[in-house]
Design a protein around this ligand. Structure first.
Ligand code: 5GP
Ligand code: MN
Length: 344
């Protein structure tokens, strides 16, 4: 975060502004955590609204002031008006406007506020006047912490802000276990505990929030798990029928792909989830080491993300999508096999 950009932000925020904070569609802990943290930071001096393209899973419904978020999909006219009247729009945890989904993207394309991006994904698009983009960061929440600190306002980080930031760091780092967790990340986490974040409670709210249906769906997912040892790859499929069988609710499949990645020697894991409503197959890709699922998802499945975690989609059937994946896989065999070597 260069002094120049921080000074530009200081200048913008020196007078009261109408501000919107927008996160990506299908918001996760980092999207909501960073948006609400920034909201709590700005709300005393500015007129601020958080707008989410669609609603969040239940496991985020406890975040401070989550209920004040305007859901674009549900309150389209209101959200559109707020965006049209905004002088400043922060876009958090994404770097390409299409990540907000068709409805929200259309409005973001036609308005003309000062866009400020804070994000840690690869290959940012060029829509923001002020762009804080850093792929080395564990999470957008970590960047929001640095953003507030660089503005000289660490003292204003209260329990609400600390709780929101801690949540996003925790969820994006897989509870501090992914390689994206740095000494700086952990120092921030320590500071957040001092500011009042309750790590045990936050973990409980987010992670120990399972319904029996979700557990049964997990059992189905594990039943469908396929291992391809010659490619150090494992994948899971879930059809819409299977999701319906267990009364699928948004967020229920979160983290399932990590069970495939947790198999000994597996370095590449995928979950294919059928969505009959959107008429797509949604995919989550995970890897260990330097095999880039971002590039894989970008090249073959209209997606992207990070080196070790990315998403994608296909408009073919579930079966055809898996077949396409299995056809492509051999061309990546050497990249996958060389991806990860453990020292211990
Ligand atoms: P997930 O698999 O948990 O949905 O997403 C993993 C990571 O990839 C997240 O950081 C998410 O923002 C990103 N991601 C997921 N789906 C897409 C997509 O369709 N396009 C892009 N560019 N990134 C995605
Ligand atoms: Mn994130």
């Amino acid at each position: 975060m260069t002094d120049e950009k921080i000074n530009d932000v200081k200048e913008i925020l020196s007078t009261k502004k109408k501000i919107s904070i927008v996160c990506h569609r299908n918001p996760d802990g980092d999207a909501y955590g960073s948006s609400l943290a920034l909201y709590h930071y700005l709300k005393n001096k500015h007129n601020v609204t958080v707008i989410s393209p669609n609603d969040c899973p239940n496991f985020l419904k406890w975040l401070p002031d989550e209920d004040k978020i305007v859901i674009f999909e549900k309150e389209t006219a209101k959200a559109t008006k707020i965006l049209e009247n905004s002088e400043v729009v922060f876009t958090l945890d994404f770097n390409a406007l299409h990540r907000t989904g068709d409805l929200t993207e259309k409005v973001l394309q036609k308005i003309n506020p000062t866009f400020i991006m804070i994000d840690h994904h690869q290959q940012p698009e060029d829509y923001a006047a002020i762009q804080f983009s850093d792929t080395s960061k564990s999470s957008t929440c970590e960047m929001v912490y640095d953003f507030i600190a660089n503005l000289g306002d660490s003292d204003t980080i209260n329990k609400e802000i600390a709780t929101c930031i801690y949540t996003g760091i925790m969820t994006d780092t897989g509870s501090f276990r992914f390689p994206s967790t740095t000494p700086h990340t952990l120092r921030i986490a320590a500071n957040l505990l001092e500011k009042g974040a309750d790590n045990a409670k936050i973990y409980n709210n987010v992670m120990d929030n399972n319904s029996l249906n979700r557990m049964k769906l997990l059992s189905k997912a594990l039943d469908n798990l396929e291992l391809l040892p010659e490619y150090k790859t494992a994948y899971i499929t879930l059809s819409q029928k299977e999701l319906n069988q267990f009364n699928f609710e948004k967020g229920d499949t979160e983290g399932f792909v990590n069970y495939a990645l947790s198999i000994k020697d597996v370095v590449f894991a995928v979950i294919f989830i059928e969505d009959k409503q959107q008429k797509i197959i949604k995919m989550s890709f995970r890897s260990k080491g330097n095999f880039s699922v971002n590039e894989f998802a970008r090249k073959h499945f209209n997606g992207g993300g990070h080196t070790n975690a990315a998403g994608g989609r296909s408009t073919s059937s579930l079966k055809e999508t898996v077949t396409k994946f299995l056809t492509i896989l051999p061309t990546y065999k050497s990249d996958i096999l060389q991806s990860y070597e453990s020292d211990f």
